[in-house]
Ligand binder design. Sequence first.
Ligand SMILES: Nc1ncnc2c1ncn2[C@@H]1O[C@H](COP(=O)(O)OP(=O)(O)OP(=O)(O)O)[C@@H](O)[C@H]1O
Ligand SMILES: [Mg+2]
Length: 227
Amino acid sequence: MEQNIINESKRFVLKREVCHLIKSFCDLAASVCYLERASGFQLVNKDYSLEIVGEGRSAYVFKVRSTKFAIKVFFPPFTELANEEAEIYSILDGNPYFPRLYEAGSNYLVIDFIEGQTLFQCLNKGIEIKNRNILGVDHALSMAEDLGLNPSDIHLRNIILTSEGEIKLIDVARFRQIKNCSQWEDLKKCFYRYYCKWFFPKRIPVAVLNLIAKIYKKRQASINVHD
Ligand SMILES: Nc1ncnc2c1ncn2[C@@H]1O[C@H](COP(=O)(O)OP(=O)(O)OP(=O)(O)O)[C@@H](O)[C@H]1O
Ligand SMILES: [Mg+2]
């Protein structure tokens, strides 16, 4: 009896694994369901083969289990960003600093899953960010500029330090916006002025990082109003 139950559950797991291999990316994206709440969008459903890897202001990003693909599924008010971001990834195609785009739908993108930690996670976990990583981001941004793009929204959660110690940039939806964004230059200043110094703490709690980001955004908003 017990053996039967074990065999049954093994068969179920196997069926589930095989099923997700034959599901299309479109089916997987369609399985994602969001509910709008006062605090933002809540994920209420997703296929078993989708594993949450991150959440931003406009989407959740999932890893497709047993593959090297990530699917970014946009929240309903942001679906037009799927097409914009897909076009920008096409311009960047082949650039080693950015994930490759494989498929785009009306509300989703399929890109390389990047194994690593965002710079936000690095700061929180005490993973050292090196000068050569900063130079890597600078190089990636100048390559994007050479392609006629205007890289914007370059913040700690949009930069990944891979397990091999390389830099990858994600979230390129705002790379064609007109107004200039000083976030990366400001982050760089903080790196050289504070982070580099021996006395600066290398592990920072999430609450402190979020507070600094909040104060920074408020300051930026007031500067924009006065411009
Ligand atoms: N290709 C990827 N590989 C691994 N993790 C990823 C990938 N793309 C996104 N992530 C994770 O998911 C998070 C959210 O993704 P993304 O930045 O694309 O969403 P967003 O809603 O556009 O963000 P933002 O709030 O910056 O506008 C990222 O901060 C990162 O942790
Ligand atoms: Mg982002």
